[in-house]
Design a protein around this ligand. Structure first.
Ligand SMILES: NC(=O)c1ccc[n+]([C@@H]2O[C@H](COP(=O)([O-])OP(=O)(O)OC[C@H]3O[C@@H](n4cnc5c(N)ncnc54)[C@H](O)[C@@H]3O)[C@@H](O)[C@H]2O)c1
Length: 253
């Protein structure tokens, strides 16, 4: 079960962290994986690691916020390698990179846009680039990596990020219904706190937060990758329009 042999996946922002874990697990199940990242060297390194482990992977660098660049890169990949059956919209700025928790009242309006650009419009750009092909072939799996911040209110300075992630969740839910008769499923994962070490960042600040997670540990990219493998599989065809909380049992709405 859950074999992905013969499938091709695109994982955005997969040069490190959660995305790299998702790409690795999809490849382990037999999928050919396009490893996207805005940082080309990261995409190449992650793709090389998958190949070294016996999987099939291609680096596919582009910026998910650039509509034309996404469309062009996907078109070239689909012509030269294979059509994309599975899209994991993982690129986002929830990790520490370029992210300083700020309450809405203290946030500069000039800073609002970039959260929507990557976490919402990035999802739309990548989805648009693969959607026609999925419809034509009557098969598609779309998984959007969102966050608990997109489903519940929090007092940790993530309102702009949460608004964009909430938008991505709503978008994915509508997409699921619009294409429910096309063989395409679309679901979101509202992810809890992942071990920052997975993205090469200091883990010390999160030690106490980990204790508050009911299962007693931070999440790993593999926790998220396993859910993606399942949702990408043929067997998951009756699951669409859902938002799964993957957070070690932390409070959810
Ligand atoms: N880390 C967490 O605790 C956590 C919690 C909830 C949700 N998430 C979500 O999970 C996803 C992955 O998070 P992470 O912690 O692995 O992030 P990360 O910062 O470690 O990795 C993200 C990758 O995306 C790439 N990227 C950034 N902007 C891009 C763009 N415009 N186009 C293409 N690639 C781009 C980066 O270069 C980086 O390699 C994000 O959507 C994030 O919001 C993370």
């Amino acid at each position: 079960m859950f074999e992905l042999e013969g499938r091709t996946a695109l994982v955005t922002g997969a040069g490190q962290g959660v995305g790299a874990g998702i790409a690795t697990l999809l490849a382990r199940q037999g999928a050919v994986v396009a490893v996207n990242d805005i940082v080309a060297e990261r995409a190449e390194k992650a793709a090389a690691a998958i190949r070294a482990a016996g999987g099939a992977a291609h680096a596919l660098p582009f910026d998910v916020t650039d509509t034309a660049a996404v469309a062009a890169a996907v078109r070239t990949f689909e012509r030269s390698v294979a059509p994309v059956d599975i899209l994991v919209n993982n690129a986002g700025n929830g990790g520490a990179e370029g992210f300083r928790p700020t309450r809405f009242r203290d946030a500069d309006p000039a800073d609002w846009q970039r959260f929507a650009d990557i976490n919402l419009f990035g999802v739309m750009n990548a989805t648009r680039a693969v959607l026609d092909g999925m419809c034509a072939r009557r098969f598609g799996r779309i998984v959007t990596i969102a966050s608990g911040a997109g489903t519940q209110g929090m007092n940790i300075g993530v309102s702009l990020y949460g608004a964009a992630k909430g938008g991505a969740i709503a978008f994915t839910r509508h997409l699921a219904i619009e294409h429910a008769r096309d063989g395409i499923t679309a679901n979101s994962l509202a992810v809890g706190l992942i071990d920052p070490a997975a993205s090469g960042r200091q883990a010390s600040a999160t030690v106490n937060l980990a204790k508050a997670i009911p299962v007693g540990r931070l999440g790993t990219p593999e926790d998220i990758g396993a859910a993606c493998v399942f949702l990408a599989s043929r067997e998951a065809e009756w699951i669409t329009g859902q938002t799964w909380q993957i957070n070690g049992g932390s409070p959810t709405t």
